[in-house]
Design a binder for this molecule. Structure first.
Ligand code: AKG
Ligand code: FE2
Length: 217
């Protein structure tokens, strides 16, 4: 009885969210969506400071390919350094991050029955000269990865000369197209993990981000 009332209440409580609806439409039509101000400048600053502080503590490690238990470090494939985030011990900036992500996940589950039950996120730092070769995020042997999310934490003065663009390869009626996305601060890119191959072009100045996956059971 109590559960039923709660469900009803949740339905009444439901509010259409324009931004989320755009994301859902984009993904349905083109398998990806780009949101330019998912995080506001103050949030980006806080998250960037948190990333830099943790990096100074030497908490980052060389990113590997393979999944978390079956890692292989391969510099010719990817050159970034990563640190997995822990929601249970989140710092203030990270709590804001997870609040936003959880809100989106809840909306996706309610409106699209996406069945997202798990998520995993890591900070990433690409030092000058590094890249991540073209890949599919499910080559990590994790078929549960449904949506990939990347949030950029670079400085306001980021320019195209800095390199490090994310290239997403799309298929337009059998013709492959390369979509270049600049890692602008506050920008969030979300795409279908099992569908779209992508790569990070060589960076010319350190490139900061949070990358993660929304996963089914
Ligand atoms: O940082 C990006 O733009 C993409 C990163 C990526 O493809 C990955 O970590 O799997
Ligand atoms: Fe990727």
């Amino acid at each position: 009885m109590i559960l039923k009332e709660k469900e009803l209440f949740e339905q009444v409580d439901f509010e259409l969210n324009e931004l989320y609806e755009t994301i859902i439409d984009d993904i349905a039509q083109q398998k990806y969506s780009i949101v330019d101000t998912f995080f506001n400048p103050a949030e980006v600053d806080l998250l960037r400071s948190t990333l830099i502080a943790k990096h100074k503590e030497d908490a980052f490690k060389k990113a590997a390919i393979g999944n978390r238990t079956n890692e292989l470090i391969e510099k010719s494939v990817r050159g970034d350094f990563i640190l997995w985030m822990n929601e249970a011990t989140a710092e203030p900036a990270e709590s804001i991050f997870f609040e936003k992500v959880n809100d989106l996940v809840q909306y996706l589950n309610r409106t699209c029955f996406m069945g997202i039950l798990h998520k995993e996120f890591h900070y990433a730092l690409y030092p000058e000269g590094t890249f991540y070769k073209r890949h599919l995020d499910t080559f990590q042997n994790d078929g549960r990865r449904k949506l990939s999310m990347v949030c950029y934490l670079n400085n306001e003065d980021w320019t195209p000369e800095n390199g490090g663009e994310l290239s997403i390869y799309t298929n337009n009626n059998g013709k492959e197209e390369e979509l270049k996305i600049y890692p602008l601060p506050g920008r969030m890119v979300i795409f279908e993990s099992q569908e779209l191959e992508h790569e990070v072009k060589t960076v010319r100045v350190p490139r900061l981000s949070i990358t993660g996956w929304l996963k089914t059971r």
